[in-house]
Every structure is written in structure tokens, then in C-alpha cells.
Design a protein around this ligand. Structure first.
Ligand code: ZN
Length: 137
């Protein structure tokens, strides 16, 4: 069993970008603020002039937790796993699974990079994993 997120009219560009191997976030055309998750207007200035901007996909772990008890039967085989609050280089923070990272290896300040995972045909999740050491940024 796999839990598959469902796009709506607001989030469709996010999922389309993920399927194309990009992470795009909403950005205000008026004040340049960028945020996630998806909203119908800018949380800073309330403007509805919003564009979708690709981000680097690189960031650092701001905080994290290790999930030991599956909240859904679909997650039972994955525990324990790491869920992190990640600060992107561009500023916004988002919650993501931290893949390829044993719970004891996770730490605050860890550099991370995007890791796309197709969880169902045509549905790609942007997630993160520890950054590879040889990538300059
Ligand atoms: Zn704004």
C-alpha cells in the first residue's frame, strides 16, 4: 500500500515540476517572498500575483524527528525513519522525509539535497537526502 498525494488546482504546478525533476515553490511577484506549502495568496503582503520559481534543492536540517510508530499501515515497513524540517538555501522551510539517512546519522545543520522518488506511476515526491560531499554550491 502506498499513500499517494492528490494535486489540486493550487498545487498542480508543484506536482508537475516534481514529475519533471524540479522543485518549484510559489513566489510573490509583488514582494519576492517565497513559501511552502501552497497558498492562494502571499502570506507576507496578501498579493495574488504568484509565480512558480525553481529552487536549488539544497539546504540544511533545521530540526528533525525519528518516527518509530507508524501512523498508517502503509508506513509500517519504513519505521524507524527520519522526518526533517529543512531550510532551503533560498530561505523557505519545508518538511520532508530524509532518505538514505539512518536515524542515528541525522543531525541539525546537516547539508541535504533533493532526492526524487516516483511512488506511483506519474507521481513523484520531492524529498531530501544527505548532500554528497563532492558537490560545490
Ligand atoms: Zn508578497
Amino acid at each position: 500500500m502506498v499513500i499517494v498525494p492528490k494535486a489540486n488546482s493550487l498545487s498542480q504546478p508543484y506536482w508537475d515540476a516534481a514529475r519533471d525533476g524540479q522543485l518549484k515553490l510559489q513566489q510573490c511577484s509583488h514582494c519576492s517572498h517565497m513559501w511552502h506549502p501552497t497558498l492562494p495568496n502571499c502570506p507576507r503582503c496578501q498579493s495574488r500575483e504568484i509565480i512558480w520559481t525553481p529552487v536549488s534543492g539544497r539546504g540544511t536540517v533545521y530540526s528533525y524527528t525519528v518516527v518509530h510508530h507508524a501512523a498508517h499501515v502503509a508506513m509500517a515497513k519504513r519505521v524507524p525513519y527520519v522526518v526533517a524540517l529543512i531550510t532551503l538555501q533560498e530561505g523557505p522551510r519545508l518538511v520532508s522525509n530524509l532518505l538514505e539517512c539512518a536515524p542515528h546519522e541525522a543531525h541539525i545543520g546537516m547539508e541535504v539535497e533533493l532526492a526524487f522518488q516516483e511512488i506511483s506511476p506519474g507521481v513523484v515526491l520531492p524529498q531530501f537526502r544527505p548532500a554528497t560531499a563532492d558537490v560545490n554550491h
